[in-house]
Design a protein around this ligand. Sequence first.
Ligand code: ASP
Length: 343
Amino acid sequence: MHKFNLLTVIAISLAFFGGRIMAEDNKDISYTLVLHGGAGTITPDKLTPELEKAITADLRTALKAGQDILAGGGKAMDAVVTTIMVLENSPHFNAGKGAVFTAEATHEMDSSIMDGSTLDAGAVAGIRTAKNPILAARAVMEKSRHVMLTGAGADKFIETVGIETAPEEYFHTNYRRGQLEKARKVGDTAFLDHDIEYKFGTVGAVALDSHGNLAAGTSTGGMTNKMFGRVGDSPIIGAGTYANNKSCGVSATGHGEFFIRATVARNICALMEYKGLSLQQAADEVVMGQLVEMGGDGGIISVDKDGNFALVFNTKGMYRGSVSHRSAAKIGIYTHTSADGSH
Ligand code: ASP
């Protein structure tokens, strides 16, 4: 009897102290994760309190999903994909479920991903079938010998590798249909110029894991009323997405035509690598300098190799979030303040 009690005490103590050691170990795991859900004319008068609450909740859920992976010692690549999938599954963002309509009232989605440790990358453009386009981009990187697949070929590849697909109707939302109708009525230029309820809404994530590896990914439905075959910056490595363990990881959102020509994501990392700029300086230079001069609206989220992050946008708002082993999760929407007063 005595012996049994002693063993029980030892077993309980081991479980208790063992658990504590593990918990303490987890504290030593360093990581940084940032996300965006698009930039644009996002002002308090454009969002009802309910919508703001719902969007904030989605951003928080996505951030937490990625954070759990990183805090458990997982890979930046897995955290980026998981975070983006949560946003793709929400109707509130222009990616996956909430993808915008093309001029033909269809959905053509773009996505890309990059591994900063190997410089491997994968991208898809103009796909119509994958429920989660980020999985298609990852599959191109891991299961093909190419970097980018487009249109019907990409959809065939998606089927071949067994990625979950969804019927066309899955991507139909009334909100996006309304945006298409508005765009058709006022014409493209006016739609963009006057920013009539216009939001870009692309999603993206960048992570640095405890192994020192960076990864970045982006996913989008593109731009409302876009011409058939139009491809934006989101699937273009170096424009919408870039990651390099030597410098930083970046995911962009905004008017893609400008982001492609300004090679936004790569330029930020190159300024760090070649000119020794800090991440914040590099991001400001590209987003508030070059892009503004060109007339390009949008923003970026980024993390550098040391875990610093910069969230920079030249629009009225950007859905964004950040968390790291040393800073609590923060969600931001507008320029200065956000739902929870952070960012
Ligand atoms: N950059 C995307 C595109 O041009 C749009 C967005 O960021 O929302 O396709």
